[in-house]
Design a protein around this ligand. Structure first.
Ligand code: GLN
Length: 290
């Protein structure tokens, strides 16, 4: 790459990435990152500025890595979620915009259902980068948030995010709700984006997901419902009589998971909620309120 000016580098990246069937816009994100975390405006103001040899080399390396299928977020080391920056690495799933909608639903419903109650005990299961748990804790100070993950490596990432963003979240290491069951405490809200992709869909995932993100955060077992079934056994042991359960689910799992919740909690108000792309991506149970 002979280019020296920023705009020339960008043009090179955009045609290189197009050829590799990647989003050409990734070039801009990577360039801002390489130039020391520039804002979009800062980059645009200096499109004619020359680049140093070192900048040129690291930009080229980053663009090539992405061309070979490494997600931009694993190269820059972060992703935005609910307006905040979360550190990510290969130990954690990159937070998705759909999951912001899950957080929004939980915030809305916790307000309607629990009003100005303080210390609303909230558990996020399978926390990964901590995006759900930390956002809930920061957006509603009445939520007392704990998060569980089976992978110590994820908890490290989530703790770092919590510390950087100034959230007060308790971290528990363990399997699903087991650490909570052992404590013998009861919860008002349980939220989770568990692994839910069935075996037969794993093969068809884009390689940028399948070969790069942690399989333990994606695979929901043979039929995709392994974790939801386990939740149905464990939830009744941890919930207070009045409680909210909120799950993210796969694009075609909404009705089944809603039915599982209705059977487990007779009389609960269970709804599926569509995401912005009209997929039934969330299932929410309000238990004991009516
Ligand atoms: N939404 C993710 C994907 O499509 C999957 C997340 C999950 O299994 N919980 O890659």
């Amino acid at each position: 790459m002979e280019n020296r000016k920023r705009h020339e580098a960008l043009n090179w990246a955009s045609s290189f990435l197009k050829e590799k069937k990647r989003e050409p816009e990734a070039g801009e994100l990577l360039l801002r990152h390489v130039l020391g975390d520039l804002s979009r405006t800062e980059l645009l103001m200096g499109l004619n500025d020359p680049m140093t040899e070192a900048q040129r080399a690291s930009f080229e390396a980053a663009v090539k890595q992405h061309g070979e299928g490494v997600p931009v977020q694993y190269i820059t080391g972060y992703e935005e979620f609910y307006g905040r920056r979360f550190i990510v690495n290969r130990e954690v799933l990159i937070p998705r915009p759909e999951t912001e909608e899950l957080v929004y639903e939980v915030l809305k419903r916790s307000e309607t259902r629990f009003g100005d109650q303080k210390e609303i005990q909230t558990i996020d299961v399978g926390t990964g980068s901590g995006a759900i748990a930390i956002t809930l804790a920061l957006e509603n100070r009445s939520l007392s948030v704990s998060s569980v993950d089976i992978a110590a490596e994820s908890i490290e990432v989530a703790k770092e995010n919590s510390w950087r963003l100034g959230a007060d979240v308790r971290f528990l290491h363990g399997d699903l709700l087991q650490p909570w069951i052992e404590k013998g405490e009861k919860a008002d809200i349980v939220v989770s984006n568990p692994p839910y992709i069935p075996d037969w869909e794993i093969e068809g995932l884009e390689t940028i997901v399948k070969d790069q993100e942690p399989m333990r955060a994606l695979s929901g077992g043979q039929d995709g419902y392994v974790f939801y079934r386990r939740f149905m056994e464990e939830l009744p042991q941890v919930l207070k009589p009045k409680a909210i359960v909120a799950f993210e689910v796969g694009h075609d799992q909404g009705q089944t998971v809603a039915e599982m919740l209705r059977i487990t909690f007779p009389g609960a108000d269970v709804v599926t909620v569509r995401d912005i792309s009209q997929k039934e991506r969330m299932v929410i149970a309000e238990i004991g309120f009516s």
